[in-house]
Design a protein around this ligand. Structure first.
Ligand code: UD1
Ligand code: UDP
Length: 393
């Protein structure tokens, strides 16, 4: 433990926020800042360190230094060993910190382990981004299970939309434990978008940070008229054949169309190896390290469309008016699909090619699917969550 004293300052009740991966930091940062405004509550950030580099990168964008770092990540970690270590170390941290409540976000192993650890100590749990469901326990794997098991343990389920609230009601979660707040990713997105507007970053600057070649930068990133696709893919259900099929589709796409691809590759070795092997020599493809959040939003705002299996990207893209071809067979975020921005295409190369070609060739279709939509809230979700906690912790 670094900065946290055993005593709570001014008798404030301690709320521990737990994050282990990039999306959890991005989506909890606005809640941390909103809780800092409270005179009754003291927010304390615990990093489980489920991810190392990608987590540090996300914290640094928001200027947050976690109060406690558990450093859980080991290379190529398995789910059982990660889960067991996370429960043990988070339990010890909660014993030290004596929180009045813990706040978790999303669907990772860190969330599930922290929920179990908090439950054993009878600490109240708040779940941010609660109630998302595909209805298939194996997709996304194991995230659907993590969500399903966390909901009944939570005193406060902060649902992003009415649809996620309805999912919880179907599972008989009591209404007094459910609140519709919007998704805090929109708060984070607006925060970063406003900062980007003020700083007006140029393409070569972003390209230099990502290590993108001058040729790719000049041909694609720096030319407003040029068309390039932003790709992210890292889901466990796609490991092996799925990722290889996505790479095959990308190679065909760049051979058929005058289009570039920029792909910040997740650090998981099960993603790095096939992607670098299959796409590393394609001159129209820029493979980069994970982008810092600000750079990623810069990229998402300028790409022609996105090809992604990420949950967060499905939520951000409608607010930026960018179509997403979702590399999955099912999604726990149907709002973006209903809005018309997101379309499920799976990992079959012929389907990806067909759908990508439609967006590249048909201007009317592209215009229809790139209209601005915002099914995930007004950017004030974190404030609502902080107010609810302030009134009831
Ligand atoms: C995890 C989450 C997933 C979340 C995703 C966010 C689980 C089961 N899955 O999946 O819900 O959407 O993170 O990105 O909780 N690695 C590094 N450095 C990093 C990050 C990862 O080296 O900064 C490598 C390590 O070898 C690590 C491996 O990636 O062992 C896998 O990490 P892990 O947390 O087990 O699973 P993810 O598939 O990344
Ligand atoms: N993101 C980022 N850099 C990247 C790729 C994604 O900052 O190189 C952001 C993205 O904008 C979104 C979040 O990370 O807010 C999504 O994280 P990820 O795809 O790892 O997890 P998921 O959302 O699928 O749980």
């Amino acid at each position: 433990m670094k900065n946290v004293s055993k005593e709570n300052p001014k008798g404030r009740k301690r709320v521990v926020l737990v994050a282990g991966t990039r999306p959890e930091v991005i989506k909890l940062a606005p809640v941390f800042f909103a809780l800092k405004e409270s005179e009754r509550l003291e927010p304390v950030f615990v990093s489980s360190g489920q991810h190392r580099e990608m987590l540090d990168q996300a914290f640094s964008v928001f200027g947050i230094c976690p109060d406690v770092e558990l450093g859980l990540m080991t290379p190529g970690q398995s789910l059982p060993e990660l889960t067991a270590r996370a429960i043990t170390r988070l339990s010890a941290a909660f014993t030290d910190l004596q929180p009045a409540a813990v706040l978790l976000q999303g669907d990772t192993t860190t969330v599930f382990a922290a929920a179990v650890a908090a439950f054993y100590q009878r600490v109240l749990i708040g779940h941010v981004e609660a109630g998302l469901r595909t209805g298939d326990l194996y997709a996304p794997f194991p995230e659907e299970m993590n969500r399903c098991l966390t909901s009944p343990l939570a005193r406060w389920n902060f649902c992003p939309t009415e649809l996620s609230l309805a999912n919880l009601r179907r599972e008989s979660i009591k209404p007094e434990r459910c609140f519709v707040t919007g998704n805090t990713v929109i708060d984070a997105l607006y925060y970063v978008r406003d900062r980007l507007r003020r700083t007006n970053i140029a393409a070569p600057e972003v390209a230099a940070r990502l290590g993108v070649t001058t040729a790719f930068t000049e041909h694609f990133l720096a030319r407003r008229a040029a068309r390039w696709i932003l790709v992210t893919a890292h889901r466990r259900e796609s490991f092996g054949v799925g990722i290889e099929r996505v790479c095959a589709a990308i190679n065909k796409l760049t051979a058929m169309h005058d289009v570039g691809v920029l792909y910040p590759v997740h650090l998981n070795p099960q993603v790095q190896e096939p992607v670098r092997r299959l796409l590393g020599s394609n001159p129209r493809v820029a493979l980069t390290l994970p982008a810092r959040y600000e750079d990623f939003i810069w990229l998402l705002d300028r790409c022609h469309f996105a090809l992604s299996d990420s949950g967060g990207v499905q939520e951000e893209a409608p607010s930026l008016g960018k179509p997403v071809l979702v590399l999955r067979d099912t999604t726990e975020r149907p709002e973006g699909v209903t809005a018309g921005t997101c379309r499920l295409v799976g990992t079959d190369p012929s389907r990806i090619l067909l759908e990508a070609s439609l967006l590249l060739n048909d201007g009317d279709e592209y215009a229809r699917r790139s209209s601005l939509q915002n099914p995930y809230g007004d950017g004030r979700a974190a404030k609502k969550i902080a107010e609810l906690l302030d009134a009831s912790v």
